[in-house]
Design a binder for this molecule. Structure first.
Ligand SMILES: N[C@@H](Cc1c[nH]c[nH+]1)C(=O)O
Length: 420
């Protein structure tokens, strides 16, 4: 019998890990430079936490055996867990809190999606206790800085607003709203025609279809709609956010736009009021970063503002602002593979320390240890084969790209050989 991994499971071999680490390490450095601190929450959560505030559908959660009558599941994302932690464990800290994480999440495989994959890796941030437009701008600029640190430049940032999208959908009857939402999100005119909307609502729906594209055009199209006061506030907020972000990435306002701190052209910015995120906890700005069509329009990351989620955990229904995003490590990995920036090999050992006789083994371990004690990282491995010819040992060392051999004699003394 051969043992197979469960369907959708993936093992990461050393090279995969080295590449994943390259990505995570860069992101972590950016998060730390912006003053964010790492938080680690439990992989297993109670089902009520995972689903609080409309975080996720029950069917998407991998549920475990209940313990003491409490239903448990593997976290499908971390925002709900962090909101729970903030409310229960971070009551006395000062706000805003800037938190980051790098963790695995689990989602029930849906047919045909991600090849049945159930475990994913995410690196993300949550900014808690700051509700102003500058906080939205910080998160968007931090996201841009992350992408810049990965030297990724072929992508598009799509901004939307959950509250505004909801306001634009209110004219539709509640039983039609979901179908309209889906048709808009999929840009599907045929599906819109099939919903059976009145001529006025059909026209309104077609108008909504056009609310995606260059921010100025979309804002102009919005100006032609009669909006409630709340929706107007959301539009004004989006305008200020876009202006603020542009002022940072394009200080002169003219000529070529630059990404923060770089000579690289700034990314395409799209406003899309049909942008709908899978989580219902979003209350304001929502966004995603996608690769260009030549790279399959992969979603590299997503996030948004959730000002009611912490209140759900407080049980008092009070608002408490939060905003954050995640970057999807697998999608970044796919996007980075063709660039050649990722490590192409695992690092070879610098030294092979070979005991030339059984009584040289202790001296070989001691010598390897002195090599490892160097201030910079030195990789030294002790050769474990018994009675092998030096020629065979050299072939093996070359195959493994090891550059130096220390032959340890029976007297414990090393003889050094450099391999080219
Ligand atoms: N947790 C969300 C992303 C997010 C972080 N903060 C706000 N939103 C996700 O997994 O898609």
């Amino acid at each position: 019998m051969t043992y197979q991994p469960p369907a959708g499971a993936r093992d990461l071999l050393p090279l995969d890990v080295a590449q994943k680490y390259w990505i995570e390490n860069r992101l972590e450095q950016v998060f730390q430079r912006w003053g964010y601190h790492r938080i680690i929450t439990s992989t297993v959560e109670r089902m009520d936490t995972l689903m609080a505030g409309g975080a996720i559908d029950q069917e998407a959660v991998i549920e475990l055996q209940p313990v003491a009558g409490k239903r448990l599941g593997l976290r499908p994302e971390l925002t709900a867990s962090i909101a729970r932690t903030a409310v229960t464990r971070l009551a006395r800290v000062t706000y805003p809190q800037r938190l980051y994480y790098n963790a695995n999440v689990f989602r029930q495989a849906t047919q045909g999606s991600h090849g049945g994959q159930q475990e994913f890796y995410q690196a993300g941030v949550e900014l808690l206790g700051a509700g102003a437009t500058v906080a939205d701008a910080e998160i968007v600029l931090l996201l841009l800085d992350c992408l810049h640190s990965l030297a990724l430049d072929s992508w598009c940032l799509i901004l939307g607003d959950a509250q505004l999208t909801q306001a634009l959908l209110t004219p539709f009857a509640p039983d039609q709203r979901q179908a309209v939402r889906q048709a808009l999100a999929a840009l599907d005119r045929v599906a819109l025609d099939g919903i059976g909307l009145s001529p006025d609502l059909h026209r309104h729906a077609l108008h909504l279809l056009d609310l995606r594209g260059h921010p100025e055009d979309v804002l102009q199209a919005l100006g032609q709609l009669a909006l409630e006061a709340e929706a107007e506030t959301a539009v004004e907020r989006l305008k200020s956010l876009i202006a603020l972000v542009r002022d940072v990435i394009n200080p002169g306002g003219e000529g070529q736009r630059l990404a923060p701190g770089s000579q690289r052209p700034a990314p395409a910015l799209t406003l899309d009021l049909s942008l709908i995120q899978p989580f219902d906890y979003y209350t304001g700005l929502v966004f995603e970063v996608v690769t260009g069509p030549e790279q399959g329009c992969q979603v590299l990351g997503q996030g948004g503002r959730y000002d009611h989620l912490l209140g759900v955990f407080q049980g008092q229904g009070q608002g408490f602002p939060g905003i954050g995003f995640v970057l999807n490590i697998e999608a970044l990995h796919q996007a980075l593979l063709p660039t050649g920036y990722l490590p192409q090999d695992t690092p070879p050992s610098d030294w092979l320390v070979v005991p030339t006789a059984p009584q040289a083994a202790a001296a070989a371990f001691t010598y390897a240890q002195t090599l490892r004690a160097s201030a910079s990282l030195v990789r030294a491995e002790v050769h474990l084969a018994d009675g092998e010819s030096p020629a065979t040992t050299r072939v093996l060392a070359r195959q493994r790209r090891i550059s130096r051999i220390a032959w340890i004699g029976p007297d414990g003394l090393p003889e050094i050989e450099a391999l080219n």
